[in-house]
Design a protein around this ligand. Structure first.
Ligand code: 1GP
Length: 251
């Protein structure tokens, strides 16, 4: 993948995200990968030409983010995007950060409060900021994301709520819409919901949570996802990484 370097040396992630090609990101939870396991993952991701590595988590119990980013950067040149669960997860070793506003919820801290606290640090970080309308969709069981956000997810079958929320997010100026079942979701977001949201917005659509096979990934791409994010299934079965990367390149 060809990325355009910016003046500050970081890559222009948004242009790559919006180029209408299907993308695949592996979610790296710093609590779950370290040492050889992380090196193996970075090496495998490099070989399979994974589009991005997303690093972060709704709750990090270990203080491993910096070391995780360092190891990844030492072993691959895949663009790294922070997927922050908190303002503490800002780190200049990455290339960019999803600046998430939880538009599915009504918790003001996650809509704007944390962003005000983070803004000066983000400005200094040199990270490319990706303003993201983040939507948690109920996917069968409470997840860390749904619990930690202190907000109610959009019900799995309420497609019209997802559509109108995503539309409002785009109108408010978010550059990406990320619909997430949450890490470890029981089932992934329905293809119908993805199709309808895709029909009604024009910014890139990110889908994650509960994707456990290349067949699942393929269905989500076909329904209209531009970027698929997979975490848990690859932690359990690393070989899936190559299979899903291959699927993304068939579109
Ligand atoms: C969670 O979308 C990501 O925020 C990935 O979820 O770990 O279930 O793949 P999984």
């Amino acid at each position: 993948m060809q990325l355009v370097p910016l003046e500050n040396g970081h890559m222009n992630l948004y242009s790559s995200l919006a180029d209408n090609k299907k993308k695949f990101a592996v979610l790296v939870d710093p609590d779950k990968y370290n040492g050889t396991r992380l090196i193996d993952l970075a090496t495998m991701a490099q070989k399979a030409m994974v589009s991005y590595l997303l690093v972060g988590g709704s709750l990090l119990a270990e203080d491993n983010l910096d070391q995780t980013l360092k190891i990844i950067k030492d072993h691959s040149d895949i663009p790294v995007i922070i997927f922050p669960g908190d303002v503490m997860q800002i780190n200049s070793r990455a290339d960019g950060i999803l600046l998430l506003s939880l538009i599915s919820g009504r918790n003001p801290e996650l809509l704007i409060g944390k962003h005000v606290i983070a803004a000066p640090y983000l400005k200094k970080s040199g990270l490319e900021i990706l303003p993201t309308g983040y939507m948690i969709i109920d996917s069968g069981r409470p997840t860390t994301a749904s619990y930690m956000s202190n907000s109610m997810p959009i019900p799995h079958d309420k497609t019209e709520i997802a559509v109108t929320t995503a539309m409002a997010g785009e109108m408010l100026g978010f550059k990406l819409i990320y619909m997430d079942g949450g890490s470890g979701a029981q089932y992934s977001i329905s293809n119908t919901m993805i199709e309808k949201v895709r029909e009604n917005i024009s910014v890139p659509l990110v889908i994650g949570g509960g994707i456990r096979s290349s067949k699942d990934a393929s269905e989500k791409f076909r329904a209209g996802a531009d970027l698929i994010v997979v975490g848990n299934a690859i932690e359990d079965q690393p070989a899936l990484l190559e299979q899903i990367a291959a699927v993304a390149y068939t579109f």
